[in-house]
Design a binder for this molecule. Structure first.
Ligand code: MTE
Ligand code: MO
Length: 489
């Protein structure tokens, strides 16, 4: 009963403080962070997507056993029982205080929950002397249980209204002060799309997702804030309402992952609504020898973005909207970064909560510590979508089509060659800006039956052709020509 009170009160306080501060959740997260990699891998192998549920259930069973022990001990010596509940509370408090996103309030649910547990244990032990009559016993135990269920239920209700999904439902994005340009005519030619060409504007539901988060971070917009500090003249703490009240800019920008293989699908184009990073950095007086923005997300992920690219006039933004809607949770709700021209791992911090103006000499970020380059400009790339590799096509005119990107430099030409022959120009379709990919189409006169290879290459806006050098994604992005093999009948 005392343990029940602990969780009831803990949940209620978590409902007020923050859902992720609930005692069971902080302990679970702390365990996930501390278990050795081999055990983590074994758990994922054994339980798959249920690993988190199994972990929480295991902790709950352990706590229930310890609670029973505390109850038995308390009958013998009250202090011994109190000590067990106290130690449990302390474990919760320490776990809470050491979360990467901990605030002064994070340990509160565990601390107040433990206090309630100790109080219940003391009162129940004193009043439930062996001679207590059955009615009085029932009233005391029933009352404690009801109080635990009521506080826990109220806490659960508060937690649900404070979940990120509910918070997202409450967000009303303002109209952009500086809207995205209308898309040019001639995109998405119907016949090429029908045969498999990627659409220019990626649907949000189809947008690739890459991150290190085991579970999507649950960030409530009303609780969110971003601290901008480091080599600045004045620190700034920005909350969500203040950010939305600023004049926002909307732009089409194509995101690409550094781990995208040649011909791969970790690339997508969306309409992002946000506030210019350059304006924010000017406001705080960023400088003092800084050359890097060190961004941290609520779940502890970090990235290093070169300051030069964030402030050179391109549409580097603190983003709140994607395709006319609040950011989806898995794409960083409530706020993420986007910098055109840089791979996501050095520019697109989701669930961002801290931005330090610093130097590459002073700090290294998550992926750099794991062998990836500290800076990640996007390499010029092109991809063949149609025909699919190993397709069989009828002899005659065969439509070939795909996409090409060289964000911020733009794509000036796309060429196709058949069986490593002469490069022939493809038709480049228009795009919103040099910060997005563009579609291309090529009419192949396939008159020779048999197996043929098709290759593509793009030239960027500076006139530099895409490199033929075949390299794997590690450490700074893949390169080489995309190719497909088709059979002409
Ligand atoms: N917090 C956080 N932000 C992150 C990452 C991450 O693991 N955690 N991954 C980055 C990488 S590698 C890429 S490619 C982009 C992908 O953004 P998307 O999932 O919205 O497509 O997010 C970037 N931002
Ligand atoms: Mo990435």
């Amino acid at each position: 009963m005392a343990a029940g009170s602990t969780f009831g009160v803990g949940q209620l306080v978590a409902g007020i403080v923050s859902p992720s501060a609930a005692p069971l959740v902080v302990v679970g997260d702390a365990v996930v962070d501390r278990v050795p990699a081999w055990l983590k891998d074994a758990a994922i192998r054994a339980f798959g997507a249920h690993d988190k549920v199994v972990l929480l259930a295991t902790i709950a069973v352990l706590v229930a056993l310890l609670a029973a022990l505390a109850g038995v001990l308390a009958r013998w010596r009250l202090q011994a029982g109190v000590a067990v509940v106290g130690v449990l509370g302390l474990v919760g408090v320490v776990a809470a205080a050491t979360r990467p996103d901990a605030t002064t309030f994070t340990p509160l649910p565990s601390a107040l929950g433990a206090a309630a547990g100790v109080y219940a244990l003391v009162v129940l032990t004193r009043r439930l002397a062996p001679a207590t009559d059955a009615r009085r016993r029932a009233v005391l135990l029933g009352g404690t249980a009801a109080a635990a269920v009521l506080t826990g239920g109220a806490g659960q209700y508060l937690v649900s209204t404070r979940s990120a999904e509910q918070s997202r439902g409450r967000v009303v994005l303002p109209a952009p002060a500086d809207p995205a340009p209308a898309l040019p005519a001639g995109l998405d030619p119907a016949d090429a799309i029908a045969s498999g060409l990627t659409v220019y504007a990626t649907r949000t539901a189809d947008f690739y997702r890459v991150d290190t988060a085991l579970v999507v971070p649950d960030v409530v917009a009303e609780d969110w804030s971003l601290r901008i500090h480091g080599r600045v003249e004045r620190e700034l703490v920005l909350d969500f309402a203040t950010l939305l009240a600023r004049p926002l800019r909307e732009r089409w920008i194509t995101l690409t992952c550094v781990s995208n293989e040649v011909g791969g699908s970790y690339v997508g184009n969306a309409r992002w609504l946000g506030y210019p990073l350059a304006d924010l950095l000017a406001e705080v007086g960023a400088g003092d020898g800084a050359d890097m923005l060190f961004a941290t997300s609520t779940d502890g992920f970090t990235l290093s973005a070169p300051l030069a690219e964030a402030t050179d006039g391109r549409d580097a933004m603190l983003v709140v909207g994607m395709n006319g809607e609040p950011l989806p949770r898995e794409h960083g709700f409530p706020v993420r970064m986007v910098i055109p021209g840089l791979y996501g791992y050095v520019s697109a911090c989701k669930w961002i909560t801290d931005l330090e103006v610093t130097t590459f000499a002073e700090k290294t970020a998550y992926w750099t510590d794991r062998g990836w380059a500290a800076k990640g400009p996007i390499k010029t790339a092109s991809r063949i979508d149609v025909p699919r590799s190993f397709a069989t096509v009828r002899a005659g005119r065969v439509p070939v089509a795909g996409v090409a990107w060289a964000q911020h430099r733009g794509v000036s030409a796309v060429e196709v060659r058949v069986d490593e022959g002469e490069w022939q120009p493809a038709e480049l379709l228009p795009s919103a800006s040099s910060d997005t990919w563009c579609q291309w189409v090529f009419d192949w006169n396939a008159d020779e039956p048999g197996s043929h290879s098709l290759q593509v290459r793009a030239t960027d806006g500076t006139g530099e052709p895409q490199t033929a050098e075949v390299v794997a994604p590690v450490p700074d992005g893949s390169s080489g020509y995309d190719s497909v093999t088709v059979t002409v009948e």
